[in-house]
Design a protein around this ligand. Structure first.
Ligand code: AMP
Length: 534
C-alpha cells in the first residue's frame, strides 16, 4: 500500500527480570525501542487483573499489594512439563505468560515507532536445552510474532560488540550475569565469522540470589527486634524484596544505603555498607568465578588467548563483579557496550543477517513492486554500507547439550546414553553411527533420542523417538542400522535410521516433548487474546 511503512526487523531479549526490544533503523544500526512509558527496559512481570494483563513496571510495583495476582521470574519455569499458575481462576503456562510479555513489547514498539513488527529473533540463555528453546519459540508464536529464530544471549552480545570490529580476530569472554541466570561463553570473532568456542553456566544464579542475602539479613534483624518474620507476611516480604533490590543497585554507586523494613505496623531501619554487602554475597560471586575457569578449559585456551572480557547483564554494573573479572582474567572489562541492551541489539542484528541471507536481490525487488511476503523485503531501506557489513556476517553456534540415543552396552548389557553429537560441537552438524539390533528376529527398532551428558539414561532428558519398523523377520541379532543426527543452525534436530540390508529408512524431526501442537498454540492464543494489555 503506498505510504505504508516497512515492517521492522526486531530482536528481543526476553529476560528473567527484564526484557528489551530493538530494531534495525534505516541506516542498518540496531536501536532500542522504549516502551510507552519511555523506558528502555521493561520488567518481565505480569499482573493479572480481571480481563487485563498488565506487563512491566506497574506490575512489578503492584506485586507488593497483590502478590497473588503477579507472576515474576517466569523464565525459570520455561519448558517445565506440566507447570501452570492459576490466575484469576484460569491456568497459565510459562509459554502463555511469556507470550504476554512479548506481546506487550511488540505492541509498545509498534505504538512508539508507528510501524509493524515484521519479524523477531528472541534470545535464550546458552544453557537452555531444546525443550526450553522450543517453549521460547512457542511463546513468540502465541504472542502472534513471526519468530525467525532463537539465539544464544552471549552470541547476541558478541555480535553487538563485534559488528564494528569485523575483520579483526578477537576472542571474547562473555560473562553474562542477569537477574536469574549466569552464562559464561568464549566467542571468537574472525573475519566475518562469529563462533561460539565453549559455553557453560548456572540457570539458577543471578541478581535474585544477591537480593535474597539482603532480604535475609534485614529480616533476621527485624525478627530480633520485633519477634515477627517479615518473610512470612506476603505484603511485607514483597516490599522488602523491592527495597533489597533497590539497595543492591544503589550500592553499585554508593558506599552505604539505608533499608526501611515495615511489617504489621512495625518498622526498622538497617544500614548496609558496600563492603558488608560484598561480604554477605561472596559465595555467590565465587560461584560465578568457578565458571570462568571451566569455560576457558573447555575452549582449551588460557587467559593469554582472550582479548576481550565483555560484561553483560545488569548485575555486571556491580563494582565487585568487575573487580573479580579483572583479577581473574588480567583484562580490563569492556565498557563499550551497554550491558542491559547489547543482547537485544545483537538479536536485531542477527535478524538482519538472517533476513539478508534469505533475501536475494530478486526478493528485495518484489517489495518494490508491491509484494511484501518475503522477510528479506523488510531490509530494503537499510543503508547500502550497513547491508554489506551485515551480509558478510556468519554466526556459528554450538550445541550446549550433548545429543545421543539410548542403547544397550555390549560389555555389561546396561542401558546407556550413547552420545552422537557432544556438547560444544559447532552447528550445523551431521553425525552417523552404526548400531546392531539387540535381539534375533527383531522387526522394529525404537530409537530414543536424549539430551544430556551422563551415561545413565536417568540423567538425560528424552526429546523424541524414531521408529524403524517392518524390518524382515528371521534375522540374527546385530543387523546393522545407521543412525544419523542432523542438527541445523536453528537448533532443529532430524534423526534418521536406515537398515543397511534392506535400505529401509525412518526419519523424524524431533518433536520436543514440551513443544506445543498447533491446536494447543491456537488455544493458548485464544486464552491470552481475551486479555487486554492495559
Ligand atoms: P538483567 O537480567 O540483565 O536485566 O539484569 C537484571 C539484574 O541486574 C537484576 O537483578 C537487577 O537488580 C540487577 N541490576 C540492574 N542494575 C544494577 C546495578 N546498577 N547494580 C547492581 N545490579 C543491578
Amino acid at each position: 500500500m503506498p505510504g505504508e511503512k516497512v515492517p521492522m526487523i526486531c530482536g528481543i531479549d526476553l529476560g528473567t527480570t527484564n526484557s528489551v526490544i530493538a530494531y534495525i533503523d534505516d541506516h542498518g544500526k540496531a536501536q532500542v525501542i522504549p516502551n510507552t512509558d519511555n523506558e528502555r527496559i521493561t520488567p518481565s512481570v505480569v499482573l493479572f487483573d480481571g480481563a487485563e494483563a498488565v506487563v512491566g513496571k506497574i506490575a512489578k510495583n503492584s506485586a507488593v499489594t497483590a502478590p497473588e495476582s503477579v507472576v515474576q521470574f517466569i523464565k525459570r519455569h520455561m519448558g517445565e512439563d506440566g507447570w501452570t499458575q492459576t490466575l484469576c481462576g484460569k491456568p497459565y503456562t510459562p509459554e502463555m505468560i511469556s507470550a504476554l510479555i512479548l506481546r506487550k513489547l511488540a505492541q509498545d514498539a509498534e505504538t512508539v515507532m508507528g510501524r509493524k513488527v515484521g519479524s523477531v529473533v528472541i534470545t535464550v540463555p546458552a544453557y537452555f536445552n531444546e525443550i526450553e528453546r522450543k517453549a521460547t519459540q512457542d511463546a513468540g508464536i502465541i504472542a502472534g510474532l513471526n519468530v525467525l529464530s532463537v539465539l544464544n544471549e552471549p552470541t547476541a552480545a558478541a555480535l553487538a560488540y563485534g559488528l564494528d570490529r569485523l575483520g579483526q580476530r578477537k576472542r571474547v569472554l562473555v560473562y553474562d550475569l542477569g537477574g536469574g541466570t549466569l552464562d559464561v561463553t568464549v566467542v571468537q570473532i574472525e573475519g566475518t565469522k562469529i563462533d561460539v568456542l565453549a559455553t557453560d553456566g548456572e540457570r539458577r544464579l543471578g541478581g535474585i540470589d544477591w537480593d535474597d542475602e539482603v532480604i535475609n539479613t534485614v529480616a533476621e534483624k527485624f525478627k530480633t527486634e520485633h519477634q515477627i518474620d517479615p518473610r512470612t507476611d506476603l505484603d511485607a516480604y514483597q516490599d522488602l524484596r523491592t527495597k533489597a533490590e533497590d539497595a543492591k543497585i544503589a550500592l553499585s554507586k554508593l558506599e552505604k544505603v539505608r533499608i526501611l523494613c515495615q511489617c504489621q505496623g512495625r518498622t526498622i531501619k538497617v544500614e548496609l555498607t558496600r563492603s558488608e554487602f560484598e561480604r554477605m554475597t561472596k559465595a555467590q560471586l565465587e560461584q560465578t568465578e568457578t565458571y570462568l575457569g571451566v569455560v576457558l578449559a573447555k575452549a582449551k585456551l588460557t587467559w593469554k588467548d582472550i582479548d576481550v572480557v565483555l560484561p553483560v547483564g545488569g548485575m555486571t554494573r556491580m563494582p565487585a563483579v568487575r573487580e573479580m573479572l579483572r583479577r581473574i582474567t588480567g583484562i580490563e572489562p569492556d565498557a563499550s557496550v551497554n550491558p542491559d541492551e547489547c543482547v537485544a541489539i545483537g538479536a536485531a542484528y542477527y535478524n538482519a543477517v538472517l533476513s539478508m541471507h534469505q533475501a536475494p536481490e530478486a526478493t528485495t525487488a518484489l517489495w518494490l513492486n508491491g509484494e511484501r511476503t518475503a522477510p528479506g523485503a523488510l531490509i530494503k531501506d537499510i543503508d547500502a554500507k550497513a547491508r554489506g557489513l551485515l551480509q558478510g556476517v556468519e554466526v556459528t553456534n554450538v550445541n550446549s547439550h550433548s545429543l545421543g540415543i539410548i542403547g544397550i552396552r555390549k560389555s555389561d548389557g546396561r542401558m546407556v546414553n550413547d552420545i552422537l553429537i557432544p556438547r560444544n560441537t559447532p552447528i550445523p552438524v551431521e553425525r552417523t553411527k552404526t548400531y546392531g539390533t539387540a535381539t534375533a528376529n527383531q522387526v522394529s527398532v525404537q530409537i530414543k533420542v536424549v539430551e544430556g551428558e551422563g551415561e545413565d539414561p536417568e540423567d538425560c532428558v528424552e526429546i523424541g523417538t524414531c521408529v524403524l519398523s517392518e524390518l524382515p523377520a528371521g534375522r540374527d541379532a546385530g543387523a546393522k542400522v545407521d543412525v544419523t543426527f542432523r542438527y541445523d543452525a536453528d537448533g532443529r534436530l532430524e534423526v534418521s535410521a536406515r537398515d543397511r540390508a534392506t535400505g529401509k529408512e525412518a526419519k523424524v524431526e524431533i518433536q520436543r516433548k514440551s513443544g506445543m501442537t498447533q491446536a494447543q498454540i491456537t488455544d493458548a492464543k485464544a486464552a491470552i487474546g481475551g486479555l487486554d494489555l492495559g
